[in-house]
Design a binder for this molecule. Structure first.
Ligand code: NDP
Length: 483
C-alpha cells in the first residue's frame, strides 16, 4: 500500500513531523536530499510506524497515494523553491504540496500562484512549537485552497497539539499566504512577549537586587496568575538553572546577545508597509538588535556616561509591592502587544483578501506553540463575541484589565526611567495606549509643518475640504484647495 502523506527534509523539524505522523497511524513516505540522513532516520525511527523511505524524488512521489500530499520541511528560501519544482515535475493535477518551513508570505503567494497554474494545490503552512512541538503536537497554520484543507484536515488534526478542551490546534487560516502570515505575526508577538519578560527580570535584578533563583521563583508564582504561559514557565526554568562548570546561575554565564532568524523583522517590515503600529514587536526586534551591536556597546562602556543608580533600595513589603506592580505592567504591555499583532493580521486580511477568523487564530495558539498561554482563551472569547472587532483593547475583559493595571504600568515605567533601566516594550506599549486614547494628538502640528514645507495641505476641524496656507506670502492667507 502507498503512503497517505510524505515528508521532504529530515532535519530536526521534518524528522519530528514524520515521526509524529507515523505515530498517529499515517503511512508516511520520507525523502531527504542527502540519502544518508534518510538512512540514519530509518535506522533510528523506522520501527515507530509505517515509514517508507525513498532515494529519489521520483520514487518518493510514486510512493504516495492520490491525491498525493507532500509536506516540505527544508531550509526556507531558495531550497524550498528547488524542492517544489522537483516535486511538481512528477506530481499531477489535484496533488498537494505543503510548505511547513518559515517562508515569507509573499513567497508563498507567488508559489501558490505558480503551482495553481499547473493544477497543483500549494499550501503554505506555519508550524510552531520547534522540534519538540513537531514531534509531540505542534500548532499549525495552513493557508491554501479549501479543497486542499479537506484532504489535509484529518492528517493535520491527528498530529496537532490539543488545547485543554481537546480541540486540535490547527485550522485553515485562509487562501494562499494567510497561514504563513499568521505564523509570522505569531513569531513577532513571541519577540514582544520575551522582551517584556526580560524587562521584568531586569527590573528585579538590577532594580531590586534579587538573584536569578529568587526571580525564577517570582516567575513560577506569576505562572499561576493571568500570565500563565509557556514562556513564563520556561523563564523560571532558565533562571533557576545553575551552570555545571562554575555553579553560577546559567543566565550569568550566557553572553548577552540575543539572536534572531528574521520572522520578527518581517513582522515589523510588513507592519510598516501596511502602516499598522506594532510598537511592542518593533521595540523587541530593536532591543535584540542593540544587544548585538558589540562595538557600539563597548564604546558606550568606555564613555562611562553619568547615569543614575539602578538600585531602587527597596526591601521587604515595599519590594513585594513593586514586584506586583511589575507583574501588572507586564500584563498590560502584553495585552497591547497582542492587540497590535491582531491588528496587523486584520489589516493584511483586508489588503490580501483573506477572511481570517481571529477567534480561531487565538484558539489554535492555545497549545503546541511558543506563545501558548491561558489568556488566549480570553482573546478567542473576545473575538467570538465581536467586542474585539476594532481592537482587542476594547473588549470588556481587556479594557478592565488595562484599567486595573494602568497605575502600576505608569509607576513601573517612571521608576525604571529614573533609575536608568531600559524598558522599551513597557514604555512603547504605554505610549501607544496613551496615544490611542488621546482625544487630540499633536499630529495637527505635524500636518501644519508638512503644509509649510511641502504644501501637503490639511483638513480643518470646522469645515470639509483640503486647505493650504500661503506660508511664504506676507499675509499668509489660507486657500481652499478642494472640497
Ligand atoms: P534546516 O532549516 O536546518 O534545513 C535542513 C534541511 O533542508 C535538510 O533536510 C536539508 O537536506 C534540506 N535542504 C537544504 N537545502 C536543500 C536543497 N537545496 N534541496 C533539498 N533539500 C535541502 O532544518 P530545520 O528542520 O531546522 O527546519 C526546517 C524548516 O522548518 C525551515 O524552513 C525552518 O525555518 C522551519 N521551522 C523550524 C523551526 C525550528 O524550531 N527549527 C520551527 C518552525 C519552523 P540535506 O540533509 O540534504 O542537507
Amino acid at each position: 500500500r502507498k503512503a497517505n502523506v510524505g515528508v521532504v527534509g529530515l532535519a530536526a523539524m521534518g524528522a519530528s513531523l514524520a515521526r509524529n505522523l507515523a505515530h498517529h497511524g499515517n503511512r508516511v513516505a520520507v525523502y531527504n536530499r542527502t540519502y544518508q540522513r534518510t538512512e540514519t532516520f530509518m535506522k533510528e525511527h523506522g520501527d515507530e510506524g509505517v515509514l517508507i523511505p525513498s532515494q529519489t524524488v521520483k520514487e518518493f512521489v510514486e510512493s504516495l497515494s492520490v491525491p498525493r500530499t507532500a509536506i516540505i520541511m527544508v531550509k526556507a528560501g531558495a531550497p524550498t523553491d528547488q524542492v517544489i519544482n522537483e516535486l511538481a515535475e512528477y506530481m499531477e493535477q489535484g496533488d498537494i504540496i505543503v510548505d511547513g518551513g518559515n517562508a515569507y508570505f509573499e513567497d508563498t503567494i507567488r508559489r501558490e500562484k505558480a503551482m495553481a497554474e499547473r493544477g497543483i494545490h500549494f499550501v503554505g503552512m506555519g508550524v510552531s512549537g520547534g522540534e519538540e512541538g513537531a514531534l509531540n503536537g505542534p500548532s499549525m497554520m495552513p493557508g491554501g485552497s479549501d479543497w486542499s484543507w479537506e484532504t489535509l484536515k484529518p492528517i493535520l488534526e491527528s498530529i496537532a497539539a490539543k488545547a485543554p478542551d481537546g480541540t486540535p490546534c490547527v485550522a485553515h487560516i485562509g487562501p494562499n499566504g494567510a497561514g504563513h502570515f499568521v505564523k509570522m505575526v505569531h513569531n513577532g508577538i513571541e519577540y514582544a512577549d520575551m522582551q517584556l519578560i526580560a524587562e521584568s527580570y531586569d527590573l528585579m535584578r538590577r532594580g531590586l537586587g534579587m538573584d536569578p533563583q529568587q526571580i525564577g521563583d517570582v516567575f513560577a508564582a506569576w505562572n499561576k496568575t493571568e500570565l500563565d504561559s509557556y514562556l513564563v514557565e520556561i523563564t523560571a526554568e532558565v533562571l533557576r538553572k545553575r551552570d555545571e562548570k562554575t555553579g553560577k546561575p546559567i543566565v550569568d554565564m550566557i553572553v548577552d546577545h540575543a539572536g534572531m532568524k528574521g520572522t520578527g523583522t518581517w513582522t515589523v517590515q510588513t507592519a510598516l508597509s501596511l502602516a499598522v503600529p506594532v510598537t511592542g514587536i518593533a521595540e523587541a526586534v530593536f532591543a535584540r538588535g542593540l544587544s548585538d551591536q558589540t562595538a557600539l556597546r563597548e564604546q558606550a562602556q568606555k564613555e562611562n556616561f553619568k547615569a543614575p543608580e539602578a538600585a531602587l533600595h527597596m526591601d521587604g513589603a515595599e519590594a513585594e509591592t513593586f514586584i506586583e506592580l511589575i507583574r501588572e505592567a507586564l500584563y498590560a504591555s502584553k495585552i497591547v502587544a497582542y492587540a497590535q499583532g491582531f491588528n496587523e493580521i486584520a489589516q493584511a486580511g483586508q489588503k490580501y483578501g483573506w477572511d481570517i477568523d481571529m477567534a480561531q487564530v487565538a484558539r489554535i495558539w492555545r497549545a503546541g506553540c511558543i506563545i501558548r498561554a491561558k489568556f488566549l482563551n480570553r482573546i478567542s472569547d473576545a473575538f467570538e463575541s465581536g467586542s474585539a472587532d476594532i481592537s482587542l483593547l476594547f473588549a470588556p475583559y481587556f479594557k478592565e484589565a488595562l484599567e486595573n493595571c494602568e497605575e502600576a504600568w505608569r509607576k513601573v515605567i517612571a521608576t525604571a526611567t529614573m533609575h536608568g533601566i531600559p524598558t522599551p516594550v513597557f514604555s512603547s506599549s504605554l505610549a501607544y495606549f496613551d496615544g490611542l486614547r488621546s482625544k487630540r494628538l499633536p499630529a495637527a502640528l505635524i500636518q501644519g509643518q508638512r503644509d509649510l514645507f511641502g504644501a501637503h495641505t490639511y483638513q480643518r476641524v470646522d469645515e470639509p475640504g483640503a486647505f493650504h496656507t500661503l506660508w511664504a506670502e506676507p499675509d499668509q492667507k489660507e486657500i481652499k484647495i478642494s472640497d
